[in-house]
Design a protein around this ligand. Structure first.
Ligand code: NAP
Length: 316
């Protein structure tokens, strides 16, 4: 049983036949305005990162960076305004900002050209992170070879993997622990509705050396903010509380937000000022999360939730 939360049905440890040392991850600082190391990359990241998909104008992104955000993620949609913001910011602060580009390509040979187009469009010399997006299976060697070629050319520095299949992660974490992982950073879904990572991913994150860990979908595509999706008598949490909920989790270095305008960006930034969510608010969000999990289906399936779906605990 996850404290204060639902009884998960899918309780099997996803990696069987191996001895897992579950060393607890030391808590991050309670001051969310402080930057933290992104795994072993040597990069320091703000606890909030900005995704490009929802269309905030360049000025909004640039203002947020002046206010302390330093992680910008050009994906899933590479919006031109976001590219302009990266270009403007890179002129002034290239060393201080961390720029990430995503490739969804299922053809490894297309990753290089895709990164080169992105560099040209954003007027950049390099991206700090190349993210292989939505990998629900272990990518083959040809993907890491494609990354290596780009790295040797100075076009990218680190490789990251994003998945909608959390049970894939523990074996990748094992490789990371053993120094055999091509991936420096892992990205997964975690929010008050989808908390399965507390069971099947976070306990397996190596404490030392620790990889970089990024969470997405903090608002569950806005469902956690929707008065029409609340249990009786509950008002929706604020967006900043959704980000605080995620950052309460010691295994998470950075949470992504997806602002479409200045007010959403500024609301997300409030999460950093306000710091950790108090226990009663965590419990309230878990209650709301359980309700939504059971009734409102996700926009995209997470393979790690399959047993909950089968048992009727989660809407499919
Ligand atoms: N690679 C992957 O596997 C993966 C998976 C998921 C997400 N991502 C990316 O991660 C980035 C972040 O996306 P996310 O879904 O995690 O972001 P998010 O901030 O949790 O959600 C964005 C959604 O929440 C709403 N929202 C955000 N702030 C709000 C506010 N202050 N008030 C009201 N509504 C607000 C927006 O609604 P409106 O649009 O209605 O304004 C938008 O639909 C994006 O670039 C996304 O594409 C990547």
């Amino acid at each position: 049983m996850i404290p204060g939360g639902r009884q998960y049905v899918g309780g099997d440890v996803p990696v069987t036949g191996r001895t897992i040392r579950r060393r607890s991850i030391p808590p991050m600082t309670d001051d969310f305005t402080q930057k933290v190391p992104l795994g072993q990359t040597g990069l320091s990241v703000s606890r909030l990162g900005i995704g490009s998909s929802f269309g905030a104008p360049a000025s909004v992104i640039e203002e947020a960076v002046e206010q302390g955000v330093n992680y910008l993620y050009w994906g899933s949609l590479r919006r031109p305004a976001f590219g302009r913001a990266m270009r403007n910011l890179a002129r002034r602060h290239r060393e201080e900002i961390i720029l990430s580009v995503q490739s969804y390509s299922r053809i490894p040979g297309l990753i290089g050209p895709s990164v080169e187009v992105a560099l040209r469009r954003a007027g950049l010399d390099y991206f700090d992170i190349l993210l292989l997006g939505m990998r629900n299976e272990r990518p083959g060697q040809a993907y890491t070879d494609a990354f290596e070629r780009l790295r040797e050319q100075g076009k990218v520095r680190f490789l990251a993997l994003s998945t909608h299949n959390r049970p894939l992660l523990p074996s990748l974490f094992d490789e990371y622990r053993e120094g055999k992982s091509a991936y420096a950073v892992f990205m997964l879904r975690y929010n008050a509705v989808h908390r399965g990572a507390e069971r099947d991913a976070f306990p397996f994150v190596p404490a030392d050396p620790r990889p970089g860990m990024i969470a997405y979908t903090a608002t569950r595509w806005g469902h956690l903010l929707d008065p029409g999706k609340m249990p009786a008598g509950e008002t929706p949490p604020s967006a900043s509380d959704c980000y605080r909920f995620v950052l309460n989790q010691p295994a998470v270095d950075l949470v992504l937000c997806g602002p479409s305008d200045r007010s959403q960006m500024q609301e997300a930034l409030r999460a950093l000022e306000r710091g950790p969510l108090p226990p009663d608010e965590v419990e309230r969000m878990q209650r709301i999360g359980d309700y939504i999990y059971g009734r409102h289906k996700p926009k995209f399936k997470e393979a790690g939730d399959a047993k909950d779906v089968e048992a009727g605990v989660s809407a499919s």
